[in-house]
Design a protein. Structure first.
Length: 190
């Protein structure tokens, strides 16, 4: 028992030493000490964090940047569980403009931050003026449900079915190309 405690204590001390070295050398840039510790120890925070922020820009139909208290830089936000057309794809500019209408630059936004993706963007459920932007984008036909990531019981599937049935937005097209297929084709052109 004492041996296990000593090992655990030694491992934590080594992690702390590495943490101090990394911070003092400025090798990595992390938003919080928790993120840095998670990166070093290999543990991830699984909880959702609610952030009250301001929209600084909307890049496309499923991503934006926001300024949040406690962060020096703006945070890149990826609207979780949806995928909007790329800006160089049919309906891409229109989808971006729909999100810009929902979440105007400078407006207050609530982000339910669910962690980060492989591109270091914060994945979140975004609420602008009390409207759930993720759901609104799907309901307007400005985005697909991102089936690879969305839970099977998500309400987004019903909203998408309604948008398809009523031929809203991108569903006006006979056979719209999902963004994941569009990106795949673009990569293979090179």
């Amino acid at each position: 028992m004492k041996r296990q405690i000593k090992r655990r204590l030694k491992r934590k001390m080594n992690q702390l030493i590495i943490l101090i070295m990394v911070v003092s050398l400025g090798i990595f840039k992390f938003d919080t000490v928790g993120e840095l510790f998670a990166a070093i120890t290999g543990t991830e925070e699984k909880s959702t964090v609610t952030r009250e922020c301001r929209v600084t820009s909307v890049h496309d139909g499923d991503s934006m940047r926001v300024r949040c208290p406690g962060f020096k830089k703006t945070l890149p936000i990826r609207l979780n569980y949806i995928d909007a057309p790329e800006t160089d794809q049919a309906y891409g500019i229109w989808a971006r403009d729909q999100l810009r209408q929902l979440c105007k630059k400078g407006s207050a936004v609530t982000v339910l931050d669910e962690g980060k993706d492989v591109y270091n963007r914060h994945l979140g459920q975004v609420h602008c003026d009390g409207i759930h932007a993720n759901a609104a984008m799907v309901e307007q036909g400005a985005a697909w449900v991102y089936e690879y990531y969305a839970p099977e019981d998500s309400d987004l599937y019903e909203l998408q079915a309604q948008a398809q049935a009523k031929k809203r937005g991108l569903w006006k097209a006979t056979n719209p190309t999902p963004p994941w297929d569009f990106r795949y084709r673009q990569r293979n052109k090179r």
